[in-house]
Design a protein around this ligand. Structure first.
Ligand code: PHB
Length: 357
């Protein structure tokens, strides 16, 4: 039989019963203190027929927050809350990794400890507005991190990885996409540093590689994935040569022996032209498994897998609205439509009440 979305696959040490991955989706419904609560357990457990669930982006420290009601993965209470999630997913035969997140400049003092400034590679205010508890507020100029502070950020990733393992996750995904901290270091529109973390591609990749080295040392490389978004302009992002940059990122990540590389193959939350980019070339440079994401349906997902252009395909909004997406694709059943009004924040409505077949 030909390999398709419903074929099992091993991504490093993580064995998937099918190749349909639930993409990370910010839902802003964590409990007090960033602790996952009962409705979060229900939501993830409902989607356990995915080959792999990647959790919503999850801050690794108090300074890593940039939106209301995010879960965290750095306190004991958060670990206990996530343990309920991983237990429920595992009880239904699913696999789940947590996406480790530092938002960098995409934050606001009102979301940070003692009202401090967000941190970033360079003091460049992004265009746009932060989502705060007081509503939309213009972004502020972030504080440029001193090189002496970067080991502390790496240590926060290590601590979060230890918390993730204690919470029973099957692995972790390093979020290096979508204009958040690691991506801000990668791309030259947001990184104007003159030390060895800025300038050349090698220098701009350094923080991602430092983090990858440290996280893989704790979790084992075969339980670690990395997510990138080479052409996403969301969060006021730009790079002068995305193909050169991300080809080098793929090459530099190869020797680690990661579980997977995960690419957002387009732009989210943004309008206008998307830079030309050859994702097949990127995928060939990465010597490991590759998860493709963005805009795939069943036919395109099967085609990507049959051609070898992807080992698995991540579906976001389709999984949000269809907890039983795998079953629906299997029998070509109609899909529930997603309600965008309930994507971010709120109650069980638009969260755990999408019907199964
Ligand atoms: C969002 O909140 O819209 C969001 C969060 C994390 C991402 C992308 C989008 O990686």
């Amino acid at each position: 039989m030909a390999i398709d979305l419903f074929s099992p696959v091993n991504l490093g040490a993580i064995s998937l019963k099918n190749r349909m991955v639930m993409a990370p989706l910010t839902r802003n419904r964590a409990g007090e203190g960033g602790v996952p609560q009962a409705m979060n357990v229900t939501y993830y457990a409902q989607r356990a027929s995915a080959g792999l669930i990647i959790t919503e982006a999850t801050p690794i420290s108090a300074m890593a927050h940039g939106y209301p009601a995010l879960p965290g993965i750095y306190t004991d209470a958060q670990v206990a809350g996530w343990k309920n999630v991983t237990d429920a997913v595992h009880a239904k035969g699913g696999k789940i990794v947590i996406q480790l997140w530092h938002v960098g400049r995409i934050s606001h003092p009102s979301l940070l400890p003692n009202g401090v400034l967000p941190v970033a590679p360079s003091a460049i205010k992004p265009a746009g507005q932060a989502f705060t508890y007081q509503g939309l507020v213009d972004f502020v100029e972030p504080r440029a991190l001193d090189a002496s502070e970067l080991p502390g950020i790496v240590a926060d990733y290590v601590h979060a990885t230890q918390c993730a393992l204690a919470a029973g996750f099957d692995g972790v995904e390093i979020h290096a996409a979508n204009g958040y901290l690691l991506d801000q270091f990668l791309r030259d529109g947001s990184n104007k540093r003159t030390d060895n973390y800025g300038g050349s591609i090698e220098n701009r990749m350094r923080l991602l590689l430092d983090v990858t080295k440290a996280v893989t040392a704790v979790a084992g490389a075969d339980k670690v994935g990395v997510r990138i978004s080479p052409v996403n302009s969301f969060n006021d992002m730009f790079d002068s040569s995305p193909q050169a940059l991300f080809d080098k990122v793929a090459e530099a990540l190869s020797p680690f022996g990661l579980a997977y590389l995960h690419a957002v193959e387009g732009a989210i939350h943004s309008e206008g032209d998307v830079a030309a980019f050859d994702f097949v070339a990127l995928r060939k440079l990465f010597k490991g498994s590759y998860i493709a994401n963005l805009g795939y349906d069943k036919a395109r997902g099967n085609a990507a897998i049959a051609s070898g252009n992807a080992d698995a395909v991540a579906y976001g909004v389709p999984f949000l609205a269809n907890p039983d997406l795998v079953e629906r694709y299997k029998i070509d059943a109609p899909l529930n439509q997603a309600d965008a009004n309930t994507f971010y924040g709120g109650t069980e409505q638009g969260y755990t009440d999408y019907p199964t077949l």
